[in-house]
Design a protein around this ligand. Sequence first.
Ligand code: CA
Length: 258
Amino acid sequence: MCKLCDGRIILTSAVVHYSAAAVTDKGRKRSSNEDAFGFSVEHGVFVVCDGMGGAAAGEIASSLAVDEVLRLLTARAGDADLPTVAEQAISAANATIYSRSQQNHTLNGMGTTMVSLVTEERRAWVLNVGDSRCYRLRGGKLEQISLDHSLVDEQVRMGRMSTEEALRSPLRNVITRALGTQSRVSPDTFELEAKSGDLFLLCSDGLTREVPDTLIESILSADVPLNELCSRLVDAANKAGGQDNITCVLVRATVQAA
Ligand code: CA
């Protein structure tokens, strides 16, 4: 920052800070929680996974995925290309889950969705596999960043099904990409530039199937701490039925003068 002799200040550089909060809840109908999340504000890594599989397999898949991605991304070299390393970490997590399921027949077919946000100063990338989502609230408007890898969403995007039909479809649980169910998987990657005040939401479908985007937008617009916003989202999902596990990670970007 440069201060002129007449007292005016010229902003020559700015630093982006991120803060985060998260909550997971098993909802009102499920006996266990197969969602998992993890983050490191220091390393700019935020992850939500929603596991699937019989017995405890879903929980194992989602935990393995979060642990592997966090481990690899927090250990990355300082000059590493972040989106490339993130894609490699997701491939490694896929391989770990896949080989565990091949070695143990009780874990056959286990898998997990993943949505992650990785940040490096103003630059941010969202990577996703499956139907866990990333949204961004900017200027009071909520925008879905990731695109679901689900059969009905792909039909909607191709114009073959309406959003209303998708919500009622018996095929709405079918996801077209998951971590751990095949030997290889590739995420979709979305590149963004963070602005001061941006609020990112990573969440499992236990939130988005119960709470319409309009309500998520109005909840996130309240001027309260991030952990309170997380609690309000979970409360809204449970109030609407709480049919599934609910997980929310919120990440706020704040740009400050250096
Ligand atoms: Ca779910």
